[in-house]
Design a binder for this molecule. Structure first.
Ligand code: KIV
Length: 248
């Protein structure tokens, strides 16, 4: 809670928030000591750690294991943890699993993917005092084919739906809104209209903060489905290539 309050104060003072994923203690310690505001244990671990094609195979026990590793490296960053697919299908299941993330892993924020159909679950968790982040736009847990990996909100109808959903989340009291691959103009409008901080990945630069998957930043993601905004970084590559060249 202390770290979350610190984060919200930073936001009120106009700081742009940074959020980077981590799945182990070394990376989380590095991110924390370099002033990353939010460290996210994302269910992207299904892809970048387990090597799968989606987030759909991640279990609550796997998230708990990695979150405990990450937590051990943190001092001041806010720890945000994903509830994986099929762990929040009903109110009681959602609360039971959110409570696990808070009690076993010291989650400062619990993140769920929200659409019009499950916003009642978000509302229930907030009423039960779960500090919640609502993830909207591209929802990896709902995607069944490659065509789902696209920008959301480009048409007027879809843009309005995402805008209305964000405002509903803001009204029910989420602590944070995360936009994934939302049309930049819609994303800007959402960030201007909401009281809660709005951070994004693949949703333009005009938000209250940016999210990145650590392996995307390092340029070593082996598939590109975690984000539509991958940039190839060279520094990590150079270190490894130099080591290999010098030790042959
Ligand atoms: O699981 C994850 O890493 C995420 C980010 C892509 C936002 O949810």
């Amino acid at each position: 809670m202390k770290n979350l309050n610190r984060l919200l104060n930073l936001y009120k003072r106009g700081r742009k928030l940074s959020c980077i994923t981590a799945y182990d203690a070394s990376i989380s310690k590095y991110l924390d000591s370099n002033n990353t505001d939010i460290v996210l244990v994302g269910d992207s671990l299904g892809q970048v750690i387990k090597g799968g094609k989606s987030t759909h195979t991640v279990s609550i026990d796997e998230i708990i294991y990695h979150s405990k590793c990450v937590k051990s490296g943190l001092k001041k960053a806010t720890l945000m943890i994903d509830l994986p697919i099929n762990t929040y299908n009903s109110k009681s299941q959602a609360y039971k699993n959110a409570y696990k993330l808070i009690s076993k892993c010291s989650a400062d924020l619990v993140k769920i993917e929200v659409n019009e159909k499950n916003i009642n679950i978000a509302d229930y968790l907030i009423k039960k005092n779960v500090p919640l982040c609502g993830h909207i736009g591209l929802l990896p847990q709902s995607i069944k084919s490659k065509s789902g990996f696209r920008k959301y909100g480009k048409s007027l109808k879809e843009g309005n739906q995402i805008y209305d959903l964000a405002l509903s989340l803001d009204q029910i009291g989420v602590k944070l809104i995360l936009l994934e691959c939302v049309d930049n103009i819609v994303a800007d409008k959402i960030s201007k209209a909401c009281k809660s901080p709005v951070i994004g990945i693949g949703s333009g630069k005009g938000l209250d903060g940016q999210v990145a998957v650590i392996y995307d930043l390092l340029g070593i993601s082996f598939n590109k489905i975690t984000s539509l905004t991958m940039k190839k970084s060279s520094s990590f590559d150079k270190v490894i290539q130099n080591f290999l060249k010098n030790n042959k």
